[in-house]
Design a protein around this ligand. Structure first.
Ligand code: GLN
Length: 504
């Protein structure tokens, strides 16, 4: 890395302070990140589109406003990357799919409007599994993203691009979306922090829907405080999303800085820590809990018996909703249109476009969902899955009568190698065994690094809180992060000094 290292490696909160004090300008900061992207993204492939001119224009505008003495929002001038499932006016948006290649949305998602209004330069759009279906970013039609810790390994998914960009110091902040774990699992395997807010906390207007009852956008960052600040900025009521919460947004940043866990009751989910979780991932989890216990937290074991059916229920509900949401990609309205020779009809164009435009995983899920929703099978599959969803919600309700937050490892293993699970959908789906219950119940979750586990790769710990209690995640997460960094002698990501891997 180069002399701009110090500039790039600071937390977003520290960058914001530098900007406020005039130690740097947004233009300098944005240029440094664009240079870093030019330098390393050939190896990482975190970005599908780099938004250079527009990002620099925003940066200069913020610098001018600051110079004129204008009062600016906390993160004004700090650059951000946005997952390519979020629509951006004037910037290509593909959701990682061929079917949307060349589509430039005429409007911004609400969360993008908020980023722009707060003066955050948007560096570009990040790579992802096609339509957010996957756990490795390998189903992207534009090639996989690589893990900055080891470029032969996956960065998690579906939001691998956002997580890798943040871990590789290409962006200090990023936006992800989490339908079954796509913010938290990439966070875990790249050593970054990711938060899935309470369902409805962040507007879904302008998110290309995968499964509408599960989707939620949230922050991807290097520190807990940065996630809190970004969450604060993008949250809040939006009349254009009928499921958007009307409650005022708490000052999450203050909660992240509180660092007091005395008397906090943390429940270890028995169903999510034993079999199937790698030994060192479990060891880092247990050590993290011991640190919190030493600070006065109370660790108790709780059982959520129905969580073992959550993955199965998810893989019926999610494809059902996705099969319906994806019906709009018909070759008529957006992106790709394939016109067969010989008297094309609307139907044959649709068939050819969807046949060529969608990848194998997307087709698999459309088939699964269409089947689960079909007349003869609706009760047996979709109906049963919805009942399981209710049971999972009841498990959470019962657990939260006994504890303030729940905890588990975020993902069962560290990052695996590219190609290792592409032929085995079940093995791929199992990555989200610990993250999916939160989406089924709409509750918030945070993942933060717990240390290095198998083969020197990062592992994550997840905390879950009751709906609307996202602030608790920032309190417990902020406290644990401080304790761990003290024991490591600095942030885990500071160990990335250069990119490693055969592909480098
Ligand atoms: N990996 C999960 C899936 O493939 C979750 C994806 C997501 O959260 N978008 O469905």
């Amino acid at each position: 890395m180069t002399g701009t290292d110090d500039l790039l490696r600071r937390s977003a909160a520290a960058m914001a302070r530098d900007l406020a004090e005039g130690a740097t300008s947004s233009e300098e900061l944005t240029r440094a990140h664009l240079a870093r992207i030019a330098d390393v993204d050939g190896d990482i492939n975190a970005f599908l589109h780099v938004n250079e001119d527009d990002a620099l224009a925003t940066a200069r505008d913020v610098d001018a406003r600051r110079a004129a003495g204008e009062e600016l929002p906390a993160l004004a001038g700090v650059p951000v990357a946005v997952k390519d499932v979020v629509v951006t006016r004037g910037m290509p948006t593909t959701a990682g799919s061929r079917i949307l290649e060349g589509w430039v949305p005429p409007y911004d998602a609400t969360l993008v409007e908020r980023l722009r209004a707060a003066g955050l330069p948007i560096l570009g759009k990040t790579n992802m599994d096609e339509f957010a279906m996957g756990s490795s970013t390998e189903t992207s039609a534009y090639g996989p993203t690589r893990n900055p810790w080891d470029t032969d390994r996956i960065p998690g998914g579906s939001g691998g691009g956002s997580a890798a960009a943040v871990a590789a110091f290409e962006a200090p902040l990023a936006i992800g979306t989490d339908t079954g774990g796509s913010i938290r699992q990439p966070g875990a395997v790249t050593g970054t922090v990711g938060v899935k807010p309470t369902y409805g906390s962040v507007s879904r207007y302008g998110l290309i829907a995968m499964a509408s009852s599960l989707d939620q956008a949230g922050p991807v960052t290097r520190t807990v405080e940065d996630s809190a600040l970004l969450h604060e900025l993008i949250a809040g009521h939006d009349p254009r999303d009928s499921t958007s919460l009307t409650d005022p947004v708490p000052a999450f940043g203050e909660h992240a800085r509180r660092r007091d866990v005395k008397g906090v009751r943390i429940g270890v989910i028995e169903e999510l820590e034993g079999e199937g979780f790698a030994p060192e991932v479990r060891a880092r989890f247990t050590e993290s809990l011991a640190l919190l216990e030493a600070q006065g937290a109370e660790i108790v074991r709780v059982s959520c018996p129905n969580f073992r059916y959550a993955l199965g229920a998810y893989y019926l509900i999610m494809p059902s909703e996705a099969s319906s949401n994806l019906a709009k990609f018909d070759g008529m309205r957006f992106g790709l249109r394939v016109v067969p020779e010989d008297h094309p009809t609307a139907e044959s164009v649709m068939k050819a476009t969807r046949g060529q435009g969608f990848g194998a995983e997307v087709k698999r899920r459309i088939l699964l969902g269409t089947y689960a929703l079909s007349a003869g099978y609706y009760d047996a599959y979709y109906g049963s899955a919805q009942k399981v969803r209710t049971l999972v919600q009841r498990d959470f309700a019962a657990a939260f009568e006994k504890v303030d937050v729940l905890a588990s490892p975020t993902a069962p293993t560290v990052a695996f190698r590219l190609g290792e699970k592409t032929e085995d959908p079940m093995a791929m789906y199992l990555n989200d065994v610990a993250t999916i219950p939160a989406n089924l119940a709409g509750v918030p979750g945070i993942s933060l690094p717990s240390g290095l586990a198998e083969e020197g790769m990062p592992a994550g710990i997840q905390f879950l809180a009751p709906a609307f209690a996202d602030a608790r995640l920032y309190e417990v997460g902020g406290a644990l992060e401080a304790l761990l960094e003290e024991s490591w002698g600095g942030p885990l990501l500071s160990r990335i000094t250069e990119l490693k891997g055969a592909s480098r």
